[in-house]
Design a protein around this ligand. Structure first.
Ligand code: AMP
Ligand code: MG
Length: 365
């Protein structure tokens, strides 16, 4: 709640001269009796026929109710002649123009954005109650994974997901613990998940939640806690698992890097914001027209990586090449996700689609 009105006093919106509105006709000459500069108010009271020099943000003195901009005045020593008429009350910011004392500045459930922080500071507020940033544990899983920087042995690939997920969470109100790579070893996975659950509000893993022989993660979560949901009607991202381990929530992101990234943005991010105290909010889609046909079989909602192109008043979008869920290259040059509704069949060139801009998608606001 604002402890004071902003501005706290009647102030000038422009650089010029403060006067009494009744004398604001073109051709009138007034005597300059002083000045009110930002931070240095004029202490006196204006009388008829008088004006003061005033700058933007400076207090309007008693007796004055109008400011005329300096461009509309001619000054000669102590005399100012108005070259244009000015309406009474012009160029004055009334107290409370920005916020009135007692009004809400920031409300529960909203992120403490840079804009909110600026407004809180403007109100002189130094302390606010906030929800603590949730602690999020991040694992990659898979015997085939090596950390970037290590040599690759036969059959190994580098762990991409942990780094992508950590980077995606950077703009969010979280405290991340990087817990490295877990091998496809049930005992090791069980131990690591139960340890992490004790000190985190959310565990994010990638890989090991599909139907392969070495996909142990889901069974282990089921044993340690509960699997509430497995498999989304979503492409990419179908094998996602959601559940609990002790008091911690658990999301098993799919292993294919594109699936990991897309579900991290569409599923993990909203959950993290909820844990951080935010009210739920719908994704902010924009509308765009397809520059090319997209083939789609009705039945599953799909998100393809796309490139937006603005032409005059129309926003166009095209896909960023082969959309296989292992190809991180689909993000190269992409700046949005194109949503293909579950019920849609093939989408014709020129048809309208929803797009989610990728940049900003991993921010809290
Ligand atoms: P999974 O569901 O564990 O079988 O993983 C599906 C695919 O994603 C496999 O080809 C994995 O090698 C690959 N994959 C899993 N985790 C990662 C990771 N952290 N970085 C890169 N690729 C991964
Ligand atoms: Mg695996």
């Amino acid at each position: 709640m604002a402890p004071l009105s902003l501005p706290p006093f009647s102030s000038s919106a422009m650089d010029g001269f403060a006067l009494q509105g009744v004398s604001g006709r073109a051709g009138t000459s007034l005597t300059v009796v002083g000045e009110s500069l930002a931070g240095h108010p004029y202490a006196g009271t204006l009388s008829a026929g008088e004006c003061i020099r005033i700058t933007t943000g400076a207090p309007v003195p008693d007796g004055a109710d109008t400011v005329i901009i300096q461009e509309n005045c001619e000054r000669d020593g102590k005399a100012v002649t108005l070259m244009a008429s000015v309406e009474t009350g012009a160029n004055i910011r009334q107290p409370g123009h920005d916020v009135h004392k007692g009004e809400t500045v920031c409300s529960r459930g909203r992120p403490l954005s840079p804009f909110a922080i600026g407004w809180l500071a403007a109100c002189g507020i130094t302390d606010v109650d906030v929800v603590e940033r949730p602690r999020v544990a991040i694992f990659s899983t898979g015997d085939e994974l090596a950390a970037p920087g290590e040599p690759l042995t036969d059959g190994q690939i580098y762990d991409a997901n942990r780094f992508a997920v950590m980077a995606l969470l950077e703009g969010l109100p979280v405290r991340v613990t990087d817990l490295g790579i877990l091998p496809d070893d049930p005992a090791r996975i069980e131990q690591a998940l139960s340890d992490a659950a004790r000190t985190h509000e959310l565990i994010l893993t990638s890989g090991g939640v599909s139907v392969g022989d070495a996909d142990y993660v889901r069974d282990i979560v089921q044993r340690l806690g509960r699997i509430e949901l497995w498999r989304l009607n979503l492409k990419p991202g179908k094998p996602l698992a959601f559940g609990t381990v002790g008091t911690s929530l658990f999301i098993g992101l799919p292993g294919n890097p594109v699936s990991t990234i897309v579900t991290c943005l569409l599923v993990a991010k909203p959950l993290i914001l909820r844990l951080a105290g935010a009210e739920p909010s719908a994704p902010r889609y924009h509308r765009a027209r397809l520059m090319e046909r997209i083939e789609h079989t009705a039945g599953r909602e799909e998100f393809q990586r796309g490139v937006i192109q603005r032409q005059e008043t129309t926003t166009w979008v095209h896909v960023s090449g082969d959309q296989s869920s292992n190809r991180l290259a689909t993000f190269s040059g992409a700046d949005c996700l194109i949503r293909i509704p579950k019920t849609a069949g093939d989408l014709a060139e020129g048809s309208e689609v929803d797009v989610l801009p990728l940049y900003g998608l991993s921010d809290a606001f």
